[in-house]
Write a protein that binds this ligand. Structure first.
Ligand code: C5J
Length: 220
């Protein structure tokens, strides 16, 4: 058993049952011309977590541990895109419309692919998800159960949207989740801070948080 110094108390895991989950490190969220920018977000706010996630990915790979990637995207025919989601936010360009990196948030387009720093390796699981919750409409849960993965180290963007939603849904399914404080970012720093507080409140009602160096100390 490994013990990591975390909030609200020590996080324990068995090395055979852990995975790193990297949420939506896509061009559409991180780079100019993508979905996030079309909604008026400040992309600068989500850049700090990128090198942290890249280092964690490297450490997990070197330790022979699984790295899982998610990407929020929709089918080219938009059959998995609710009209409400397409219309939400009054963006300049909507999901499915052509943009500088191909059609916005559509699977297979340049924008929906991962940023170079966080590219999956060929053998790693990539979960294409139509929603904020990684379990919704995907085989994520089946994959984790088949491999007996019970502990998730969670990173990615954005903290209060896809990251928090996935952490809450994982918690409800019995996974012990550790959210990496410097391995996640939001377009709204105050939302990141409140999410970090919310997940550990009431004795870790959703899970744990810690800085990446606490995990890297063990892995590197
Ligand atoms: C959003 C996400 N913010 N990956 N998606 O729409 O958090």
């Amino acid at each position: 058993m490994v013990t990591i110094d975390a909030v609200p108390f020590a996080y324990e895991f068995d090395i055979d049952h852990i995975a790193l989950v990297c949420i939506d490190m896509q061009r559409d969220f991180c780079l100019p011309g993508g979905f996030a920018e079309s909604l008026g977000n400040n992309l600068g706010n989500i850049q700090p977590c990128i090198p942290v996630i890249a280092r964690l990915q490297d450490a997990f790979r070197k330790a022979g541990l699984p790295v899982i990637h998610t990407k929020e995207c929709h089918r080219p025919d938009l059959s998995d895109l609710p009209t409400a989601k397409r219309n939400r936010g009054n963006p300049k360009i909507k999901i499915g419309d052509p943009g500088p990196m191909g059609r916005i948030l559509i699977d297979g387009e340049e924008g929906s692919d991962f940023i170079p720093q966080c590219m999956p390796l060929e053998h790693e699981l990539v979960v294409a998800k139509p929603g904020k919750d990684t379990f919704y409409g995907t085989d994520f849960h089946a994959y984790l159960m088949k491999r007996n993965i019970t502990n998730l180290i969670i990173t990615g963007v954005t903290t209060e949207v896809c990251v928090q939603t996935t952490m809450r849904c994982a918690n409800d399914r019995g996974y012990d989740c550790l959210l990496v404080e410097d391995g996640t970012d939001s377009f709204f720093p105050e939302f990141k801070e409140s999410t970090l507080k919310a997940v550990v409140a009431q004795g870790g009602i959703v899970g744990w948080t810690c800085m990446s160096h606490k995990i890297l100390e063990y892995l590197e």
